[in-house]
Write a protein that binds this ligand. Structure first.
Ligand code: PLP
Ligand code: MN
Length: 384
C-alpha cells in the first residue's frame, strides 16, 4: 500500500472504533470477533483430536490480522492461492506460506523465487514436469533451494493425476538441482459442498484413495512426504481417515456462508453449524414505497451474484436478490406487509465468503455490536 492508503485506513479506523454496527456507513462488511475466535478455536481443537495440523487457506480472508490469529492458535502455516496474496501477507510477518497454485509463467516463477529468498517457509505447488524443470533453473539462477509439493489431482481442476505419472514427477523434483521435495497436495473442491455428511464422506474418501496410494508409493520410494495436505471446511472432519494425511487447508470455516450452511451436519441436522456464521454485510433500506419489497444499498458489488443468495438475518420469509450492481431487493413473500422505514439497517449472511471479502478494503471487527477494530483486507484485489 502507498503511505497515503495506509494513512487513510488508519484515520478510518480511529474514527470508526467504538461505533455501533448499526451506525456504520453501508454497505459494511462485518466480522463478529467472538464467533471468528470461536471458529479458529473449534478447528484447532478438532484437529488436535484427529491428530492433524491446520494450514488455513488465506484465500478466504486475504487478511494479515486473521492469518496471525490462526497462527497464534497453533496453525503450522497458511496457504495462498495467488502470488499476490503471498507478497501482500509476507511483509506482515506471515512467512510460512504454502502456495497451492502452480506458477507457470516466467514472471511468476521469478516472483516465487524472490518470495523463497525472503522466507525459508515458502513452499510452492508443481503439477507438471516442464514446470518443475523451469523452477529448478530459476532456483539455481536465484541462488535458492525452492521447496516444492507435488499437486496430485482430486477431480479435474488442477494437479497431475494420481499414480505412476505423479510418482515420476515427485522423483524428478527430488533429483532436480535447486528443488527440495516436501510432499504432496490433494484438495478435493468437488466434495466440500456435497449435501449430507454420509454422502460427503463416502465421496471424499473414494475420491482421494488413489492420492493416498501415491503418497504411500512416494514413501516406499524413499521420497519426502512430510506434507500431505488438502481438505476444506466441508471435509475437515473426514480427512483424518486418509492414510498419511498431515494437515487441512481449511478456509471458509472462519466466516461461513450460505453455501456452507446448506451442506448438513455429521449428526444429520440439515444446517451445518459446526462453525458460527461470523461474516455479514449490513445494508441500508433506500426505498420502502413498493408493497412487499425493499430496495437496499447492497447489490452485486456488495454481495456478488453467487447462489444461494444472501440470507437476511431475522427474516426467514424474506428473499434477497442482488439484481443490480448497486442495489439489492428484498422480497417478503410470506409477509408482504412487513414494514421497514427508509434508512433502516438490514444484516445479511453472505452467499460465498471468499469473493465477497475481496470486494472490500476493510472489514469491521465487531464485538457485542460495536466496532472493536478495523481489519484491513491486506491482499484485497491481489489476484495475479
Ligand atoms: N485448498 C484449496 C486448494 C482451495 O482451493 C480451497 C478453497 O477453494 C481451500 C483449500 C479452502 O476450502 P474451504 O474454503 O472450503 O475451507
Ligand atoms: Mn470458496
Amino acid at each position: 500500500y502507498t503511505t497515503h492508503e495506509v494513512a487513510g485506513r488508519l484515520a478510518g479506523s480511529l474514527s470508526e472504533v467504538g461505533t455501533s454496527k448499526w451506525d456504520l456507513d453501508t454497505p459494511a462488511l462485518c466480522v463478529d470477533l467472538d464467533r471468528l475466535e470461536a471458529n479458529i478455536k473449534t478447528m484447532q481443537a478438532a484437529m488436535r483430536r484427529f491428530g492433524l495440523a491446520t494450514r488455513p487457506h488465506a484465500k478466504t480472508h486475504r487478511s494479515a490480522d486473521i492469518a496471525k490469529l490462526q497462527l497464534a492458535a497453533g496453525a503450522i502455516g497458511v496457504c495462498c492461492a495467488k502470488l499476490g496474496e503471498a507478497e501482500a501477507l509476507m511483509p506482515h510477518g506471515i512467512d510460512r506460506i504454502c502456495m497451492t497454485t502452480a506458477n507457470l509463467s516466467p514472471s511468476k516463477i521469478r516472483r516465487a523465487m524472490q518470495l523463497r529468498k525472503r522466507a525459508p517457509g515458502f513452499v510452492q505447488a508443481v503439477d507438471d514436469e516442464r514446470n518443475a524443470r523451469d523452477l529448478s533453473a530459476a532456483a539455481q539462477e536465484a541462488g535458492v533451494v525452492a521447496d516444492v509439493v507435488v499437486d496430485v489431482a482430486v477431480g479435474t481442476r488442477s494437479g497431475i493425476p494420481a499414480g505412476e505419472g505423479a510418482l515420476r514427477l515427485a522423483k524428478l523434483v527430488d533429483t532436480l538441482p535447486g528443488l527440495k521435495l516436501r510432499g504432496l497436495l490433494s484438495y478435493d473442491g468437488g466434495a466440500q459442498h456435497i449435501t449430507g455428511f454420509a454422502a460427503r464422506k463416502e465421496r471424499a474418501l473414494a475420491n482421494i484413495e488413489a492420492n493416498a496410494g501415491t503418497c504411500a508409493a512416494m514413501k516406499k520410494a524413499g521420497l519426502n512426504t512430510e506434507i500431505f495436505s488438502g481438505g476444506g471446511t466441508g471435509t475437515y472432519n473426514i480427512q483424518h481417515l486418509v492414510p498419511g494425511f498431515t494437515d487441512v487447508q481449511v478456509g471458509s470455516y472462519v466466516f461461513m456462508d450460505m453455501q456452507y450452511l446448506a451442506i448438513g451436519r455429521e449428526d444429520g441436522q440439515p444446517v451445518y453449524d459446526d462453525f458460527a456464521s461470523s461474516l455479514t454485510v449490513v445494508g441500508t433500506v433506500l426505498n420502502n414505497r413498493f408493497p412487499g419489497k425493499l430496495t437496499i444499498d447492497a447489490g452485486s458489488k456488495a454481495l456478488t451474484l453467487n447462489v444461494p443468495h444472501a440470507g437476511v438475518i431475522g427474516e426467514p420469509g424474506a428473499d434477497y436478490n442482488a439484481g443490480s450492481d448497486e442495489f439489492g431487493v428484498i422480497t417478503f413473500k410470506s409477509d408482504p406487509s412487513r414494514a421497514y422505514a427508509m434508512g433502516d439497517r438490514v444484516e445479511m449472511i453472505v452467499p460465498h465468503c471468499d469473493p465477497v471479502v475481496n470486494l472490500y478494503d476493510v472489514m469491521y471487527g465487531i464485538r457485542k455490536d460495536r466496532v472493536e477494530r478495523v481489519i484491513p483486507i491486506t491482499a484485497r484485489g491481489k489476484s495475479q
